[in-house]
Design a protein around this ligand. Structure first.
Ligand SMILES: Cc1cc2nc3c(=O)[nH]c(=O)nc-3n(C[C@H](O)[C@H](O)[C@H](O)COP(=O)(O)OP(=O)(O)OC[C@H]3O[C@@H](n4cnc5c(N)ncnc54)[C@H](O)[C@@H]3O)c2cc1C
Length: 824
């Protein structure tokens, strides 16, 4: 038995060193010292010598740099260069654009939580807050989504004017160019609030502030272009759109067939060098009303007027609407949402080179320009739209579930409805934390390529899930469209958010992990760069450093995965309070799991990994859920660790880790190389899967939170338009909640008297009169019940229409919709 002692000591030091990521020198010193101590006890001299020799044989060649580099690294470098998957130009551009923030820590297997928690709490300036309380509130009051979508098929003219006058289209344009110069956080909050009243409104404001002419000009425009266009875009004299997509180039936008030929042509009466453009674009938001069109096309110079290259690559231009040869104005009809969207065509239309974004200098750099700017807009427009829609649905559905009664009970009291409410509450909490986190990353100066893809995909999916549950809870009230319906149009519009700015299936299965694995990994990108360094000496030296860093990292993640799997991540230092410490520990475990599986996949599958979309989709889910859970924990800290928010945090956290284990288990069970999958399973789930979906008890607490006013509920739904005015039925339902709850005891007393036969009248008004007369309720209580009745009818009413009002042609002829509301 004593003969195994030295080996046990060695193994223990290996495990501790790997877990804590000691350097090889420290490991060798500690292991050596341990073996010397064992030797001094004299229990197993031969075994100690064997263990010591083993340590020397393995560690010494690795510690002596020339031996390591020439005997080990050099052959490995040769092999690596052979198997390194070739990166296309598009992939290279995508990898080089953007920065790495906390998502890099999540890929490290041992996240530095202090870095996350040290990030400043996102806050608005007084000016931004005033804009939200003033013009944003005002335009929400002015917008009637039913009139917009059903009657005018457009925002009303006064809304357009108000948006332009108050510079809603210039939020991202700096003040020096006449814009509002808002932070990303303010931009996020504005879109979130607008989305809660009308998807048409938020899309109309979202697009000019996202990837398009303004953003591109700010980064790449010539000074003349900036001075001319930016002030005009800021105050709405120019309405922009950006046209990339065409019939044959959708997700694969780089395959665009639209082209421009360099030639001479007439421009403002003079002969100038320019481009003759032919293009066919579709789905372009704001195109029907755009006055300046950003266009992506491939530039050819067959006569070599600009240089030696005939194919100059993807290039971006700005086309004034009045340019001859441009055909614009017809509309698409995206799922009953009536923001402006339509096709664009151009046939041999001439533009001078001065209309190319950035001028001649940026010819051929169009794809890089788009990818570099994409993450900023993508981090805000759709995540904020989604969190706004989810918050509104949560507020209205919580209130509705309390107000609407069936079988003598508020429907929210039934367990089936409670389940849906819990999902609404948890998903809204997660979507809000996620969308705020990506906006905050932009304000820290990041170009969050991977987080913006995570936020785009998950916030839109969560909003769709919330929309589905909210529709189900509302029953017929959600289905019947009309001015009283605050859910139906949003539900119809959900697939639009799913499709635009990178369709969700592709975003999940190709982009999140595909980019995350290489970009966020602490060693892979450095290894790839080192392996292609032109100087052989530098190549060997840098590859050596990164390779051995990577090997140590991989061993550490295997040990950490196994240890934390065996101990259920119950130990180890973690930040947070008594409630959240265990959450951080669990995320440490899954971070190590992700790093281990990602590394193994890159090693065993190499270039084939990018075609294994099911595997990369699942690993993307792990990374995403780690990111979402971190964003929620950060929010909890920023809010001052409010105990009242714990049910929401816990529900959403358990949902996240349940999804993480689902994704890991799916990845390993279906691993393309079966024995590798089995081995990984042992390291990741040594005692099997343990994470459970949020419990029913937790669900009950989360659901209850939606059905009563509280500070936690207010924070959950804060930042959306809940003013109870004529055009905002959801705001009215939400505002009714407190009054309905106050009246509940009186209602119970009254109903008991009715059911007990103490009141003979059948009609409600007569019943109330009789109850007062018999002294069963007071006059004041009667007024309270009348108010309750009015609020309830307002909440449950739906609309009906004359046949003519639903016939599109009759609307076209100018028929009026009139007052369409009827009592249910
Ligand atoms: C309402 C609306 C507004 C829009 N606004 C604009 C705009 O202003 N400007 C603009 O240029 N474009 C705009 N678009 C276009 C939008 O970005 C595209 O619709 C989107 O890129 C998807 O292209 P597609 O519709 O041709 O779908 P396809 O590319 O045909 O994709 C179909 C499906 O295949 C999946 N898929 C494709 N490739 C892969 C892959 N490699 N791996 C896994 N799945 C894959 C997609 O995820 C999707 O589910 C808009 C679209 C809509 C509907």
């Amino acid at each position: 038995m004593s003969a195994v002692l030295p080996f046990l000591v060695l193994l223990l030091v290996v495990a501790v060193a790997a877990y804590h990521r000691w350097s090889l020198a420290v490991f060798t010193a500690v292991a050596g010292a341990g073996l010397v101590l064992v030797g001094l006890t004299g229990v197993a001299p031969v075994a100690t010598i064997v263990a010591g020799s083993l340590l020397a044989v393995v560690a010494l060649p690795l510690l002596i740099t020339p031996i390591r580099q020439n005997l080990i690294t050099a052959p490995l470098l040769k092999f690596y260069t052979k198997i390194l998957p070739p990166l296309s130009e598009t992939e290279k551009t995508a990898l080089e654009a953007g920065t790495v923030g906390f998502e890099g820590e999540l890929f490290s297997g041992a996240p530095k939580w202090a870095d996350l928690l040290a990030q400043p709490k996102p806050t608005l300036t007084a000016e931004e807050q005033a804009f939200l309380d003033g013009p944003v509130e005002e335009v929400c009051k002015m917008t009637n989504d039913w009139e917009t979508t059903h009657v005018h098929a457009d925002l009303e003219p006064q809304v357009w004017d108000y948006l332009k006058k108050n510079k809603f289209f210039g939020m991202i344009i700096p003040k020096e160019y006449g814009g509002l110069g808002f932070s990303a956080l303010a931009h996020h909050k504005v879109i979130q609030k607008l989305a809660s009243i009308s998807a048409t409104l938020s899309s109309t404001v979202g697009v000019p502030n996202s990837l398009g002419p303004a953003e591109l000009l700010l980064h790449y425009g010539t000074e003349d272009q900036k001075r001319h266009y930016l002030p005009r875009l800021a105050d709405g004299r120019e309405i922009p759109c950006f046209a990339l997509t065409g019939p044959t180039a959708g997700s694969d936008a780089t395959s665009l067939p639209d082209f421009g030929i360099v030639c001479e042509g007439d421009w403002n009466g003079a002969k100038v060098l320019g481009v003759k453009l032919t293009f066919d674009k579709r789905y372009i938001t704001l195109a029907p009303v755009a006055t300046v069109i950003g266009l992506a096309f491939r530039l050819y110079d067959p006569n070599k007027l600009l240089g030696d290259d005939a194919d100059r690559g993807i290039t971006l231009a700005l086309i004034p609407r009045e340019t001859p040869g441009l055909s614009v104005g017809r509309r698409h009809f995206p799922l009953n949402c009536t923001f402006m969207n339509g096709p664009l065509h151009g046939k041999e239309m001439f533009l001078p080179l001065s209309q190319l974004i950035g001028g001649e200098e940026y010819i051929g750099h169009g794809w890089r320009m788009l990818v570099e700017c994409l993450s900023v807009g993508r981090a805000i427009t759709l995540p904020s739209t989604s969190s706004g829609a989810a918050k509104l649905a949560a507020a209205a559905t919580g209130a509705y579930s309390r107000i609407r009664k069936q079988f003598g009970l508020s429907i929210g009291r039934f367990e089936g409805v409670e389940e849906a409410l819990a999902r609404i509450a948890g998903n809204t909490y997660a979507a809000a934390a996620l969308s705020q986190a990506t906006a905050a990353a932009v304000d820290r100066g990041e170009k969050p390529a991977v987080p913006s893809a995570i936020a785009k995909y998950h916030a839109t999916e969560m909003a769709r899930e919330v929309g589905k549950d909210a529709m189900d809870v509302h029953g017929g009230k959600g289905v019947i469209l009309g001015p009283s319906n605050y859910l139906g149009r949003g539900w119809q519009a959900a697939p639009i958010s799913i499709t635009v700015e990178g369709a969700n299936i592709m975003t999940r299965s190709l982009m999140i992990f595909g980019q995350g694995a290489i970009r966020c990994h602490p060693w892979v990108l450095k290894e790839m760069q080192a392996a292609t360094h032109p100087d052989p000496a530098v190549r060997l030296r840098e590859f050596d450093t990164n390779l051995f860093g990577h090997i140590g990292f991989a061993i550490s993640n295997a040990v950490r995965s196994l240890w934390m799997g065996m101990t259920f991540a119950a130990f180890g230092s973690a930040p947070g309070d008594d409630y959240t410490k265990r959450f951080y520990r669990r995320l440490n475990r899954y971070s190590a799991n992700l790093a281990l599986v990602a590394d193994t996949s890159m090693l065993t599958l190499g270039g084939k990994l990018k075609f294994k979309e099911k595997l990369s989709g699942r690993l993307g889910d792990v990374l995403s859920q780690l990111y979402i859970a971190s964003a929620m924990l950060k929010r909890y800290e920023d809010e001052g660790r409010p105990a009242s928010e714990q049910p929401l945090l816990a529900w959403a956290f358990h949902d996240s880790v349940f999804k993480i284990e689902n994704a890991l288990s799916g990845a390993l069970r279906n691993y393309p190389i079966r024995p590798v999958g089995w081995l990984l399973w042992l390291l990741v789930f040594p005692f099997g899967r343990r994470a459970q979906a949020p419990s029913d008890r937790l669900g009950r607490r989360a659901a209850a939170l939606l059905m009563s006013p509280s500070d936690a509920r207010d924070r959950l739904v804060s930042g959306v338009f809940l003013t109870p005015c004529e055009n905002n039925p959801a705001g009215r339902v939400n505002a009714a909640l407190a009054k309905v709850i106050l009246a509940e005891p009186v209602e119970r007393k009254f109903m008991k008297a009715v059911k007990g036969g103490e009141i003979a009248a059948l009609d409600y008004a007569a019943q109330l009169a009789e109850a007062v007369q018999k002294g069963l309720i007071t006059g004041e209580e009667r007024a309270q019940l009348e108010e309750l009745r009015r609020l309830t009818w307002d909440a449950i009413s739906v609309d009906d229409f004359d046949h003519e009002d639903l016939v599109a042609a009759s609307l076209y002829r100018g028929a009026k919709s009139g007052d369409t509301r009827r009592a249910a």
